[in-house]
Design a protein. Structure first.
Ligand code: SAH
Ligand code: SF4
Ligand code: F3S
Length: 472
């Protein structure tokens, strides 16, 4: 962001020599405000959108009251996610009535799912843009300025925004997301993503490496490679005979520097290979952490979900990860109350959770999504109170497992990457260990800064955080 501002300033200064009195101290004529919902991919897309808008002379602002354009980058994964966006739009309505020139745009998955229906339903929305159409935003803004409703929700088989260098929004300057692929071909029956993000495609490997190298050169110390299903990354450069697999890519990113930590998300249990595990084990800077969504522990339910693995396969995968990396952190996504789920199926889920000893999980109750396979094929037949009770039991199980996992860490020494001050006190640092656990520790007399690595001994823990002390 700062770099872009200074680039524009430089250009203005060139003009200054010729016409000193026409210099505009504010390089941007109009400002946009962008709010992101949903997964990391959406947050990463907002950084691409910011870059496209910057190029067109729009500056980012963190204050929507001073914005000329307000964008919501939306999520459709559960009904509640869509409700949150609708509510937010009603809040912007008053602002728009008070300022007729203000444009409101909806980006992302909800834009893609609802298409022009959005413009009919939400009269005060001016622009609707799907995830593959962000390059057309400048034209759409011009159309909307002219008083037309502007929409582009075309999905693409090629678009990866490979050449666009994202503007890092709300960045701590230490950790960054790098998108390596888009879309998803998996068709899990509960999931709306294949419909909102289209077919899977992998981004040019060299452009990924360039972006990671550039981040490292600018002082970043951690990159998280993002995709809905990173293990199916597959790229063949023009003229090349060998493809780049995810294991290859991971290795090449890790080789940028031992000082650059590499993470990735999300792995599908059916696709994560021994090659990936071996590559992780080989490089200390590839973090010992895998997000391996289970969804359900019942083979029957997994089949209905179209997840293409059984509970036994999943448990064997967990064993395999621990064979390669005994200290690897594992987390999960779990859905309670999918169609036809019995008490026995639910117990199977709790059972696999116990087996996998998750450090952390994201837990949801099933929310039927229009157009998905499950919506068309199965009845959403588990009553809400049962879904909620089962979810509660899953949450309680996870709390127990997290507490246990944290207790296991007492007395251990971890290499921590400092990300910034702790939320509670400026006298404490906050960072993460390789396993992705947050560790808070006193700064003491040491002269450290964000981006530094430090050895920390854990002496206490809360449910979500480890507490430590610098080991000198
Ligand atoms: N690509 C990732 C997940 C993307 S969505 C993967 O395959 O794991 C993130 C999580 O939202 C999913 O893992 C799932 O647990 C949850 N989710 C997706 N659709 C859902 C639905 N209809 N109801 C409840 N949770 C859902
Ligand atoms: Fe959705 Fe399944 Fe694709 Fe994940 S892998 S995005 S859950 S369809
Ligand atoms: Fe939501 Fe779209 Fe991500 S539906 S979870 S923002 S891919």
């Amino acid at each position: 962001m700062l770099e872009l501002v200074s680039k524009v300033h430089d250009e203005t200064r060139q003009g200054e020599a010729f016409a000193p009195f026409t210099v505009d101290p504010n390089p941007y004529k109009r400002h946009f405000y962008i709010e992101s919902y949903g997964c990391q991919m959406n947050f990463s897309d907002s950084e691409i959108v910011a870059s496209i808008l910057n190029e067109e002379g729009f500056g980012a602002t963190r204050n929507f009251e001073e914005a000329d354009l307000i964008f919501l980058n939306t999520c459709s994964i559960r009904e509640k996610a869509e409700q949150t966006v609708r509510k937010r739009l009603t809040e912007f309505r008053k602002l728009k009535q008070a300022r007729p020139g203000l444009l409101v745009g909806v980006l992302g998955c909800m834009a893609e799912r609802l298409k022009s229906k959005f413009l009919e339903e939400e009269k005060l929305v001016d622009i609707v843009v799907g995830p593959d159409a962000y390059r057309t935003l400048p034209n759409l803004i011009t159309e909307a300025d002219g008083g037309q409703k502007a929409i582009n929700v075309l999905l693409s088989r090629e678009e990866t925004y490979a050449d666009i260098s994202p503007v890092r929004l709300n960045s701590n300057g230490i950790t960054a997301f790098v998108s390596i692929m888009r879309g998803c071909n998996n068709m899990c029956s509960f999931c709306v993503v294949p419909f909102t993000r289209g077919r899977e495609r992998s981004r040019d490997a060299q452009s990924i490496l360039n972006e990671c190298q550039d981040l490292f050169d600018r002082g970043y110390k951690e990159v998280t490679l993002l995709g809905q299903n990173v293990d199916s990354y597959y790229y063949i450069a023009e003229g090349a005979t060998q493809p780049v697999t995810f294991a290859n890519l991971l290795e090449r990113v890790a080789l940028i520097s031992p000082e650059l930590r590499v993470r990735f998300s999300t792995s599908h249990p059916k696709d994560i290979t021994d090659d990936v595990l071996a590559t992780m084990a080989k490089y200390e800077n590839i973090c010992r952490y895998i997000h391996l969504p289970l969804q359900s522990g019942s083979t029957r339910v997994l089949q209905l979900m179209n997840r293409s693995y059984s509970r036994e396969w999943y448990k064997a995968k967990v064993d395999r990860i621990r064979e390669y990396m005994p200290d690897c952190g594992i987390s999960s996504d779990i859905i309670a109350g999918f169609c036809t789920e019995t008490e026995a199926d639910h117990q199977d889920t709790l059972d696999v959770m116990r087996y996998a000893r998750y450090d952390m999980s994201y837990m949801f109750f099933y929310s039927e999504r229009p157009g998905t396979l499950a919506q068309r094929r199965y009845e959403d037949d588990i009553p809400e109170d049962v879904k909620k009770r089962r979810l509660q039991e899953i949450v309680e199980m996870q709390n127990k497992l997290s507490a246990e996992s944290n207790r296991q860490d007492l007395g251990k020494i971890f290499k921590v990457l400092i990300e910034g001050n702790s939320k509670r006190s400026e006298l404490d640092w906050m960072g993460r260990n390789s396993q992705n656990k947050v560790i808070v520790f006193a700064k003491e007399q040491y002269d450290l800064k964000p981006g530094d690595y430090v050895q920390v001994t854990v002496h206490d823990c809360t449910q979500a955080t480890l507490l430590g002390k610098i080991t000198s």
